[in-house]
Design a protein around this ligand. Structure first.
Ligand code: ATP
Length: 268
């Protein structure tokens, strides 16, 4: 139990250039998180109150976690990550204590980004779930902690969800998660950039045409593209080839396209 109680603080090794596409989202995060964490005095002087909470929403695998890590790292901030479903399964009986502890550690280690992945699991709209008392307590504790964050204190909470529609509206009030940022599925240009990110350290056969692959992977998320590249590299490894061949990348892309249509439809 003592190991469970540890709040893990990390410094993620993710940079802005590891995030393909999403230029507008990155710029928004620079202004809303990086600048205030780096230059708190300037914000105070100008009387500008940066957001305490930011909600990233959009389809699965589009880089929400990646963005949170990148903005923490680029802000030279510490990073504490929690996952909604994990809170429910592992923290029973000590949830309030743990949430308090996380925010206390975050203040201590400031500047700190607290990242709550799949927040919809712990903060669904009240009345929309069974056995709600436990979740109510949890949500109230979270709201109390959010409300308690002082302006320019160097603590920012970033949450992520695929289901912004089911989140309790109390979370979205001013001073809480009042900045909503949509993280969209990548278009062709963004897919090309994501291919470039994930093939940076993968030797490619000379005839591999990433632009063509980007065109043919309509509906792919960043996570799908990463998986595709990894699979092509594995095929090369199995064949003891020295580079990922064009066939491997392209045949994979056909297969993935099939499976992906399902995922996409699920989201819409
Ligand atoms: P989920 O909603 O499923 O939690 P997410 O939006 O948080 O997904 P990430 O965990 O950030 O998605 O993405 C999973 C992996 O996919 C990342 O580790 C990264 O390798 C890759 N990936 C996703 N989007 C991008 C992107 N825009 N650029 C580069 N890599 C990406």
């Amino acid at each position: 139990p003592s190991a469970l109680r540890e709040v893990l603080i990390e410094v993620p090794n993710v940079h802005w250039e590891d995030v393909g596409g999403l230029e507008e989202v990155k710029q928004e995060l620079r202004e809303a998180v990086e600048w205030p964490l780096r230059y708190p005095k300037a914000f105070e002087r100008l009387g500008v109150n940066p957001p305490k909470g930011i909600l990233l929403y959009g389809p699965p695998g589009t880089g929400k976690t990646l963005l949170a890590k990148a903005v923490a790292n680029e802000s030279e901030a510490n990073f504490i990550a929690i996952r909604g479903p994990e809170v429910l399964s592992k923290w029973v009986g000590e949830t309030e204590k743990r949430i308090r502890e996380i925010f206390r550690k975050a203040r201590q280690a400031a500047p700190t980004v607290i990242f709550i992945d799949e927040i919809d699991a712990i903060a669904p709209a009240r009345g929309s779930y069974e056995g709600g008392r436990y979740l109510d307590t949890l949500l109230n504790q979270l709201l109390t902690e959010m409300d308690g964050i002082e302006e320019n204190s160097g603590v920012v909470v970033i949450a992520a969800t695929n289901r912004p529609d089911i989140i309790d509206p109390a979370l979205l009030r001013p001073g809480r998660f009042d900045r909503l940022i949509m993280v969209p599925a990548p278009d062709q240009r963004a897919r090309l950039e994501i291919f470039r990110v994930h093939t940076r350290r993968v030797p490619l056969a000379e005839d591999v045409d990433l632009a063509e692959l980007a065109k043919r992977t309509e509906g792919y998320s960043g996570a799908d593209i990463e998986a595709l590249v990894r699979e092509a590299a594995m095929i090369a490894l199995r064949r003891a080839a020295s580079s990922a061949s064009r066939e491997a990348l392209e045949s994979q892309s056909e297969e993935f396209l099939e499976s992906l249509k399902v995922t996409k439809r699920d989201f819409e």
